[in-house]
Design a protein around this ligand. Structure first.
Ligand SMILES: Nc1ncnc2c1ncn2[C@@H]1O[C@H](COP(=O)(O)OP(=O)(O)O)[C@@H](O)[C@H]1O
Ligand SMILES: [Mg+2]
Length: 365
């Protein structure tokens, strides 16, 4: 898919901006704090319905305004799609797809598929399991709305169960109803995650092999809190969760929270058999994330039928020349948006292959 146009009004440090894009490569270049990432964020907003860095939607509205507007015009295999997001200071955002207002934000997912790669993504290998769960949740949600809705349901039920455990510590509790509902939603999450990791691990292994010229083997392993087999069906997984609820009931009661389920899942990345988190060099960690991101492009392509767009926020300077070249030259079929402070990695590109936008104080010059 291709983002043909972006329009923003009163968005971050932009008053009004209307950009038409190149189908292949678009580069936003400029000093720090000029508004480069803001443009990627605006595109991302039309994909996920929220920012990848702001905690509140209102942060994206220009400081002295009450409303912000973002519009993206997309060209897809199925036809053109027009996405509009209006952010309001005093109430929830309004989102429209092809002029039709959406009732739930979940309806937006899958219209614009995006793979984002920023320095923050190193957290994926460096930090705790919650970063990797966030990764799984975000990526599976954009290819499956069922996953997105099941996840929000799961989180609600989990809160109820935890509240009951917390405020009734030590007492005899009737958790049956919650157990049943939580296990049903949880089983679906595990089912989707297991299948997702199976697919992405194959693709990431291939990518990593190419990038490292066969020197390294990358493995991605699903470390599920409730162990499941490759062939387990959803019902099977549900039974396993219920069984674990029974076994760990006393622990849950003592701790006053639920210790069993996919909210405790993790994902392990290994290079040549060793955990990248603890044993990988900085360079290996970066390359592992790069392989994972490139694998996502292929995964979305195989699930959705066309490539997502790729947003590269400030990652070029973090990669060595070989990896930079790899990124730019191997993505001929993927529309790519790059932010950078330096001209270095793009000056060799054929001018017909890209647009360059110089960003300065919320203006393009
Ligand atoms: N809500 C807002 N209203 C006005 N300006 C904002 C808002 N949020 C961020 N900014 C400004 O945007 C700039 C940062 O933009 P950003 O895209 O992150 O920069 P960079 O070019 O380094 O990627 C800063 O100058 C900041 O003051
Ligand atoms: Mg930036």
């Amino acid at each position: 898919m291709i983002v043909e146009e972006l329009k923003v009004i009163n968005y971050r440090n932009y008053e009004q901006m209307h950009l038409k894009f190149h189908p292949r490569l678009n580069v936003f270049i400029g000093d720090n704090a000029q508004g480069k990432t803001n443009l990627l964020e605006a595109i991302y907003l039309c994909s996920a319905g929220k920012s990848f860095r702001a905690n509140r939607d209102q942060e994206m509205i220009n400081m002295i305004k009450k409303q912000a507007y973002v519009q993206v015009k997309l060209k897809k295999v199925i036809g053109n799609v027009n996405i509009e997001v209006r952010l309001n200071m005093d109430r929830k955002k309004d989102v429209k797809v092809n002029q039709i207002p959406l009732i739930k934000i979940g309806e937006l997912l899958g219209n614009l598929n995006v793979v984002l790669f920023s320095p923050e993504d190193l957290k994926l290998v460096k930090e705790g399991p919650s970063e990797r769960r966030k990764f799984m949740d975000r990526e599976i949600s954009q290819i499956s709305t069922k996953y997105y809705y099941t996840l929000s349901q799961y989180n609600k039920i989990l809160q109820h169960r935890n509240k009951l455990l917390k405020y009734n510590r030590g007492k005899i509790l009737d958790l049956e109803v919650w157990n049943e509902q939580l296990a049903t939603a949880g089983a679906w999450l595990i089912f989707y995650r297991r299948n997702f990791i199976k697919k992405i691990s194959i693709l990431a292994k291939l990518m990593h092999r190419k990038i490292t010229e066969s020197a390294e083997t990358l493995e991605i392993i699903y470390e599920a809190n409730v162990k499941v087999k490759e062939e387990d069906e959803v019902n099977h997984i549900k039974e396993k969760i219920l069984q674990r609820f029974k076994e760990d009931l006393n622990i849950d009661k003592q701790r006053g929270l639920t210790t069993v389920g996919p909210h405790r899942d993790d994902m392990i990345l290994k290079i040549n058999g060793l955990d990248v988190k603890n044993y990988g060099s900085q360079g290996q960690q970066r390359t592992a994330v790069l392989s994972l991101k490139l694998a996502e492009l292929e995964l979305v392509k195989s699930e959705v039928g066309e490539y997502p767009i790729l947003l590269l926020d400030d990652v070029m300077s973090e990669l060595d020349l070989k990896r930079q070249g790899y990124l730019i030259n191997n993505l001929r079929n993927v529309q790519t948006f790059i932010t950078t402070t330096m001209m270095d990695h793009i000056k060799n590109l054929n001018p017909e292959d890209r647009n360059i936008y110089t960003v300065s104080k919320g203006q393009i010059c």
